[in-house]
Structure formats: structure tokens, C-alpha cells
Design a protein around this ligand. Structure first.
Ligand SMILES: NC(=O)c1ccc[n+]([C@@H]2O[C@H](COP(=O)([O-])OP(=O)(O)OC[C@H]3O[C@@H](n4cnc5c(N)ncnc54)[C@H](OP(=O)(O)O)[C@@H]3O)[C@@H](O)[C@H]2O)c1
Length: 436
């Protein structure tokens, strides 16, 4: 194999943040320098690292390359690429904007920022004839952005869906595997480092919604932001539901779904019951998996570690290599929302549902509830009735129904004096009944 002379081609980089991912990026570039040089024909040097406090001792890198002043990186003419790994909206947005305005290319893993202000940054990168790359912002080490932007150009995609949050997948997997209650599974995830001490972003579905906004934008070339993605988290998933689902040959996952309905798009995140033999059912623990469905490709599944310092760092370095080997930004180097699409209303989506209700244990209750559903054109596919001590329990699965009708029926059901629990329905996916 011909070796590349990288001695004359040096690329200097400014790294913003030296936390979990930042420190792994530094070490990966150091350890994989030869491989990167062979792939790019350049030697890469992390010239400066922005931290909040330079007095904190850090073992991995020499102290002289740390700075607490972003201008040291921005104003350094040698630095042509900035890697943003501080997270959050500000000052990350300001730092990325200034870097792009100065003609520097940017790599970021910041899904919250991209899902809220990404299109401003993509537009700026185009105007400045530079690049912004963000593979690590979705699904950790899985190269889904690159596949969507390059390999799927002619795939005529119709949907992108899957498991894009490792924390909730770990919690739901533990609940399914051990029968643990939600609170205990969350505490276990925190103990093992799979959930943050404040897990709100993950368990409410907001982290997955940010990733789905990014994936939908790339897949369908249209501007989808976090506010466009309705999300339901996993806080109301109970171990009782998981146990009933098991008897129905179903398992529970938090799914992100971006789907075309004609020329409209719908993007959502919600807990869903899927058949145990569906490939997503076997994706357990903190793993992620994304299905890409298109008229030219049928279906492709990508799966792997969805987070982790070294895994995410590997995706960051892959972006770095892409930037270096392609100095001329082409059409798919920067995201363009060249297609204007309307959103398909959630109410119009056709879904199957599972519902468990605690009801008064007395004659006629089932008939009363069935009548309310019937009045709203919601048809029951199966019912299991169980005595659960003080009350009876009804476990119902419904035929595919327009969501607005189902919600209207549920509102009436919740008002019935016979119903003793708040109804928390769960969608049932992949039975071939959903609207395509
Ligand atoms: N960890 C993962 O598995 C993962 C996976 C995918 C994507 N990401 C994304 O990667 C990014 C970094 O995540 P991380 O896990 O590495 O976070 P982290 O461990 O909290 O590291 C962030 C670092 O940035 C520093 N920082 C924050 N604000 C700063 C500022 N204004 N100036 C200088 N330094 C600043 C923090 O310093 P202090 O310690 O002083 O606050 C911290 O060292 C985030 O956007 C995250 O969403 C992470």
C-alpha cells in the first residue's frame, strides 16, 4: 500500500471542552494518528483546548495547550477546524457561529443545539463555504448521518424510525428482563452510569425528540426542529403493562418515528409495544438501532452503541476525517432544507393501541366502557378482565384507529365513575394495520 507523506500537511484543531467526549477525542487522535494520517494525508494536531478553569490539573494533555479564552482559538489563523464538545445552547452557539464566520470548519455532537438552531448554522456554513458536521449528535457510534446524507441519496425514503436513546432503552430492557418497577430500573441505570443524576431529558423523550428532529431533517431535506416533534416519555410505563405485554407476545421500546404521509411529514417519540420477533425487540441495554425505509431500498437497520465517551469520540473523529479529505464542500457536505413540507397532524395518524384500566368490580362496567369506544368508532380487538384485589383490571387492545377518535373516547372514559385509574394508552406498532 502506498504510504502518504503527511509530514508537510498539518491540520491544526481547536477543541472546545475536555469532558467525557472531549478527552476521548484528544486521546483517540493521539493514539490513532497514524491511521488518520494514512486516511487523510495530513497530520492532525490539537493545538488548543478550551476549558472553563485552566488551573485544574489534567493528565492527558500538556498544560500549555489549555486556554480559558475562546478568542485564543478563534483568532489563531493556523486552526482551521473547531470541535465543539461543551454541549448546551450558549455559549456553544456563539462559539460555532463565530468559528463558521471566520471560515473554520466545525464538528459538533450537540443535538440540543442542532435540533433548535441547526438550520441557522447550516446556512451560515454554506454562505461561508465551509462545513459543519455532527455525526456524533445522533446514535453515538452508529454512522447514521453519513449513511443518510451519502448512501441514501437515491433511496426515496419514506420513514426513519428506531431506538435513539440508550438510557430509556436500558431502563425498559431492565424492566422487561427482571420485572423491576420503573423507579427501581431508573435507580439501577443511574448506579451503573447509564442515566444522568438528572435524567429528565432522557425519560421525558426530549433527548430522543432532538435526535429525531435532526434525523428527519436530513432524511427528508426539510426543516424539522425540536418544537415540531411531539414526545411522550417512559415515566408512565409500568411493570404491570410490561408483564401483560409479554403475555401478548409484545415488548416495549421508546421509539422515535419520522414518517412521510403523502407529501407531509410526521415526527414523534413515544413508548410503543412491538412484536417480540421484530428486530428492534432484540436491541437491548444502552444500544441504539435505526431503521431506514425507502422505496428503493426496502429496509435497512443500523445498530450499535448509542453513547459513551470513546464511541462518541470515534464518530467525532470520523467527521474530522471527512472534512479533511473533502476540502471542497459539495451539495451533501452541508444540510439544505430545500424541500418545504407541511406536518401531518398527529390526530390523523392511524394507530393500534393497548390500554389497561382499573375499574369498579361490578356488573355492566365492561359494557359501559365498550359503548363509549363504540360511540367513537373505536373497535376493540381483544379484552382480558382480571380481578386485581379492590378493583377489576381491563386490558384492551384496539384495532387500528384514527388517533383523534381514540383520544376523544379516552377523555370520556376518564370521566366515568366506574374507572379508577388514569388511562395511559400505549401504541402497538408493526402489525401491518398502520396507515402507510
Ligand atoms: N457522553 C456521551 O456519551 C455523548 C453522546 C453523544 C453526544 N454527546 C454530546 O457531546 C457533548 C459533550 O458531552 P460530554 O458527555 O463530553 O459532556 P461533559 O462530560 O459534561 O463535558 C463537557 C465539558 O465542557 C466543559 N464546558 C462546558 N461549558 C464550557 C465553557 N463555556 N467553556 C469551556 N468549557 C466548558 C465542561 O467543563 P466543566 O466540567 O467545568 O463544566 C466539561 O468538561 C454534548 O453536546 C453531548 O450532548 C455526548
Amino acid at each position: 500500500m502506498a504510504s502518504t507523506d503527511s509530514s508537510t500537511n498539518k491540520i491544526s484543531i481547536g477543541l472546545l471542552g475536555f469532558g467525557t467526549v472531549g478527552s476521548n477525542v484528544y486521546n483517540l487522535i493521539k493514539d490513532q494518528g497514524l491511521e488518520i494520517a494514512q486516511a487523510t494525508g495530513a497530520s492532525i494536531e490539537i493545538k488548543k483546548i478550551l476549558v472553563r478553569d485552566i488551573a485544574v490539573p489534567r493528565q492527558d494533555a500538556p498544560p500549555e495547550i489549555f486556554t480559558d479564552n475562546f478568542e485564543d482559538i478563534l483568532d489563531d489563523p493556523d486552526i482551521s477546524i473547531v470541535i465543539e464538545l461543551i454541549g448546551g445552547l450558549e455559549p456553544a452557539f456563539d462559539y460555532i457561529t463565530s468559528s463558521l464566520e471566520n471560515g473554520k470548519a466545525v464538528v459538533t455532537a450537540n443535538k440540543q443545539l442542532l435540533s433548535q438552531r441547526g438550520f441557522h448554522l447550516f446556512k451560515l456554513a454554506r454562505e461561508k463555504n465551509t462545513q459543519i458536521k455532527f455525526e456524533a449528535s445522533v446514535a453515538g457510534a452508529i454512522p447514521v448521518i453519513k449513511v443518510l446524507r451519502e448512501s441514501m441519496v437515491a433511496a426515496d425514503l419514506t420513514s426513519v424510525y428506531g431506538i435513539v436513546n440508550g438510557t430509556t432503552n436500558y431502563i425498559l430492557s431492565e424492566m422487561s428482563r427482571t420485572g423491576a418497577k420503573y423507579r427501581d430500573a431508573l435507580a439501577n441505570a443511574q448506579e451503573w452510569g447509564y442515566a444522568e443524576s438528572d435524567p429528565t431529558e432522557d425519560i421525558t423523550g426530549k433527548d430522543a425528540a432532538a435526535k429525531m428532529a435532526i434525523l428527519a431533517s436530513i432524511a427528508f431535506h426539510t426543516a424539522v426542529s425540536l418544537d415540531d416533534v411531539a414526545c411522550i416519555g417512559i415515566e408512565h410505563v409500568s411493570s404491570t403493562d410490561i408483564s401483560y405485554a409479554r403475555n401478548l407476545d409484545l415488548t416495549i421500546k421508546l421509539l422515535g418515528v419520522a414518517k412521510l404521509y403523502g407529501n407531509k411529514i410526521n415526527v414523534r417519540v413515544y413508548p410503543a409495544l412491538i412484536k417480540k420477533d421484530h428486530p428492534l425487540a432484540t436491541v437491548s441495554g444502552a444500544y441504539n438501532a435505526v431503521f431506514l425505509k425507502g422505496n428503493s431500498i426496502d429496509e435497512i437497520m443500523l445498530s450499535g452503541p448509542g453513547a459513551g465517551g470513546i464511541e462518541t469520540a470515534s464518530a467525532v473523529v470520523s467527521d474530522l476525517v471527512s472534512i479533511i479529505v473533502r476540502r471542497e464542500p459539495g451539495a451533501h457536505e452541508n444540510v439544505a432544507a430545500w424541500r418545504e413540507m407541511e406536518f401531518y397532524p398527529d390526530d390523523e395518524v392511524i394507530s393500534k393501541f393497548y390500554l389497561r384500566l382499573e375499574v369498579k368490580d361490578e356488573p355492566g362496567v365492561l359494557a359501559t366502557i365498550a359503548k363509549v369506544f363504540g360511540d367513537h368508532n373505536v373497535s376493540v380487538e381483544s379484552v382480558i378482565q382480571k380481578d386485581s384485589g379492590a378493583h377489576a383490571e381491563l386490558v384492551m387492545v384496539f384495532h387500528a384507529v384514527r388517533e383523534a377518535s381514540f383520544r376523544a373516547a379516552l377523555e370520556k372514559i376518564a370521566e366515568l365513575s366506574e374507572v379508577k385509574s388514569q388511562p395511559w394508552p400505549i401504541r402497538v406498532e408493526g402489525n401491518g394495520n398502520e396507515q402507510q
